[in-house]
Design a protein around this ligand. Structure first.
Ligand code: FAD
Length: 409
């Protein structure tokens, strides 16, 4: 494997840092550090504008498998994408609001969509103007996604589907312009048969209702979404092929992003270490846990580099292809690690963590009185659930890697 930063990457690093420094000024400068999982409520409007700024700079869609500049975007190598993410994190640029469109929908359209569909949606995503949400989970269909009941019927008058049903836990649906919806288009079909991957415009008053779900962290970044005869503009990958498209997209979701994510994790760990040091009361057990946390982050980094290294080798385009368990191992590692970091974030403050924001809370005032560490603790309870729960990852490893018998249904 060879995953090292070459001259071109270092030149890119200089350009990326210069661009970010030039553009992170005014309202964008004040939005530094805002947003991201658990904090999506922070600076939502300015972060939407920032998305357009990134689009004007050509920084959205760096990993898309299309020629450089096809949609005004720069095509970067994997190492180049990591360099960009490192600089982005180092300068604490605002949390992205367009990542679902950029990293999930766009690559799916490139893999399964028609040229017309790509032409309709990729330019808007690359400009940071078209925001997306993911309509998969339903009450009763989360881990067992094939149990979805949302139905869509084709209207012979215009050939478009009308969608009726309920989705749940739909992140950022309240800000999204579009939703990709997995729906049952073949009446009476079961499990993964008869599903279609539909593109639905969110602005359909009376036909789509978005109800925020307030979490124990005090924020409401995901929603229930109710469809009542909502019009789907088009289906991707052909009617009835929704399962193939949906699974292709999930493979992307667990792809190269882990290494980038670890940059944010390292910053959070540093904050927790700082909070521990500021407490001034050394505790050998907490020290031990902090060191373990640091060492595990290094291990995750090497694991991610190993997987990405295999991907950048000639002929190794798919990080999961060489090792079918790799995406599940990565998810298991980071989900548990991040949840334990959340526990440490409050443990280092002892009982004071339950009594209001810490004295070292940096910069951002919270309307509900939680500081960053408290919110980290509360939000990271979700990390072992979304993107495929720990139990499901272990099932995948058991069956696809260890060859154990399938679990009984
Ligand atoms: C922060 C967050 C954001 C999310 N964003 C989105 C989004 O944007 N769009 C979207 O569609 N969904 C989203 N989800 C939903 C997420 O995909 C589901 O929560 C997840 O798939 C689990 O489904 P569930 O909540 O229905 O739990 P269930 O599937 O009901 O699982 C409940 C428990 O049972 C365990 N379990 C289930 N089946 C098995 C099994 N076969 N063997 C062993 N244990 C099992 C699970 O591991 C879990 O512990 C989000 C969730 C979270 C927490």
């Amino acid at each position: 494997m060879d995953f090292s930063f070459g001259d071109a990457d270092e030149q890119l690093r200089v350009r990326a840092r210069a661009w970010l420094t030039d553009h992170l000024v005014g309202p964008y400068g004040r939005a530094r550090g805002l947003g991201g999982p658990g904090s999506e409520h922070q600076g939502a409007a300015v972060r939407r504008d920032w998305e357009r700024e990134l689009g004007r700079g050509g920084w959205i869609g760096q990993g898309w498998e299309v020629p450089d500049g096809a949609y005004g975007q720069r095509r970067l190598s994997l190492t180049g994408q990591v360099v960009w993410a490192e600089e982005y994190a180092a300068l604490r640029a605002p949390g992205r609001v367009g990542h679902i469109g950029e990293n999930l929908l766009a690559p799916t359209l490139i893999a399964y969509g028609t040229p017309e569909q790509q032409g309709r949606h990729l330019p808007g995503i690359a400009r940071g103007e078209e925001l997306w949400c993911q309509g998969y989970s339903e009450p009763g269909a989360g881990s067992d996604l094939a149990g979805i009941r949302t139905a869509a019927v084709r209207d012979p008058a215009d050939g478009r589907h009308r969608v009726t049903g309920q989705k749940i836990w739909t992140s950022l649906a309240h800000d999204a312009d579009w939703c990709f919806v997995l729906a049952r288009t073949e009446a009476g079909s079961r499990r993964h048969h008869g599903l279609s991957f539909l593109l639905v415009r969110m602005d359909q008053p009376g036909r789509i209702e978005v109800r925020p779900i307030r979490q124990m962290s005090g924020t409401a970044e995901f929603n229930e979404v109710f469809f009542d005869g909502a019009v789907a503009e088009e289906s991707v990958g052909g009617e009835g092929n929704g399962w193939t498209v949906a699974m292709g997209l999930l493979a992307l979701e667990r792809g190269v992003s882990t290494l980038v994510q670890q940059i944010g994790f390292a910053a959070e760990l540093e904050r927790v270490v700082h909070a521990y040091a500021a407490c001034g009361a050394p505790d050998p057990v907490l020290r031990e846990r902090l060191v373990r946390q640091w060492a595990e982050l290094r291990t995750m980094r090497w694991n991610a580099l190993r997987t990405l290294g295999a991907a950048v080798e000639p002929g190794g385009a798919d990080p999961g292809a060489a090792d079918p368990g790799a995406p599940s191992v990565a998810k298991l590692l980071w989900g548990g690690w991040h949840r334990r970091l959340g526990e440490l974030a409050v443990a280092v403050r002892g009982a004071a963590a339950t009594a209001g924001p810490g004295p070292w809370a940096q910069g951002v005032p919270y309307e509900d009185g939680l500081d960053e560490e408290q919110r980290l603790f509360l939000f990271t309870r979700a990390d072992t659930i979304y993107g495929g729960s720990d139990e499901i990852q272990r099932n995948i490893i058991a069956e696809r890697v260890l060859g154990l018998p399938k679990e009984p249904r």
